[in-house]
Design a protein around this ligand. Structure first.
Ligand code: ADP
Length: 273
């Protein structure tokens, strides 16, 4: 708006108004169309597990013999697949709610004092305890002193959970995931010092054309693979919004065949500031 007004300051009064109104309408239309696109995406994403569920229910209802061991085995297998799909729908709804929650509060900066050392240990311990991929080692490197960051603890848990789970899921074939923490003096919007956390994997890496799109909702490089891993396509969108809310920085680097690093920078806690 500012730009339009200064550029048009020498023309008659009616013109800037017309331009502003036009811009406002364009903006509203764009927001409206983004909203419709989002609703269409959500409906599509929820419809696909539902279609699978309905398909299996119909198959199970037709021609089932309780005495036939083959039928019984097939039913047990079908129930397993159905449970997986229902769980995925449930995760998708949880992720959609998280995303909406973060978006609603994006302009309200979180002010808690968060000890990242303890938080990262907790996230990693929880993942290791679940032990889905014993073949991937998660290594946490911390300097002696890590400044506390300013933020919302639960949301930051979600950020590092999503990034480390992704590194294990998509880069786990490298056998190792590193979480490297260091204090940083720059790279933050307000110029103050903070903490940098890099989540690095040694997997196949990501082709450069995908990198700028990874934080879009529902963007997945390989839809089938993401689905098989129980993904929702919302994890990195949630990460981006949480980091924005914290006035932090989020950056993705990757080399094909070598692996990827997802870097987060968060402002240090300044004590009630
Ligand atoms: P999903 O639920 O599909 O994992 P995300 O938003 O978390 O959704 O990630 C989006 C996509 O980014 C994933 O489907 C995957 O293709 C890609 N991706 C995320 N993390 C990595 C990684 N560490 N290595 C390679 N690809 C990744």
């Amino acid at each position: 708006y500012k730009l339009v007004i200064s550029r048009l300051s020498l023309v008659p009064l009616e013109t800037p108004h017309a331009v502003l109104e036009f811009q406002e309408t364009t903006l509203m239309k764009r927001t409206e169309s983004m909203r419709s696109e989002f609703v269409a995406n959500v409906s599509h994403e929820l419809r696909s597990p539902l279609a699978t569920l309905i398909g299996f229910i119909e198959t199970m209802q037709s021609g089932y013999s309780e005495t036939d061991p083959q039928d019984r085995n097939a039913h047990i297998r079908f129930l397993g697949i159905m449970e997986g799909e229902a769980q995925r729908m449930s995760r998708m709804i949880d992720d959609l709610l998280s995303l909406t929650n973060v978006e609603l509060r994006e302009h309200e900066r979180p002010r808690g004092q968060v000890d990242l050392k303890g938080l990262l240990r907790e996230v990693i311990d929880t993942l290791v305890a679940r032990g889905r991929r014993a073949d991937v080692e998660i290594v946490l490197s911390l300097p002696d002193v890590v400044p506390c960051v300013c933020g919302d603890r639960d949301q930051l848990i979600q950020v590092f959970h999503n990034l480390i789970v992704n590194a294990v899921k998509y880069g786990g074939n490298g056998g190792r995931v590193e979480v490297n923490v260091k204090a940083t003096e720059n790279g933050l919007p307000d110029g103050g010092h903070g903490v940098q956390i890099g989540v690095r994997d040694f997997g196949d890496g990501i082709a450069s054309e995908h990198i700028p799109r990874l934080t879009e909702r529902f963007y997945r490089i390989d839809k089938g693979r993401s689905r098989d891993m129980g993904g929702t396509g919302l994890g990195l969108a949630i990460v981006k919004h949480i980091i924005n809310r914290h006035r932090g920085r989020f950056h993705i680097e990757s080399v094909l065949g070598e692996g990827s690093t997802f870097t987060v920078r968060l402002p240090a806690y300044k004590g009630g500031a």
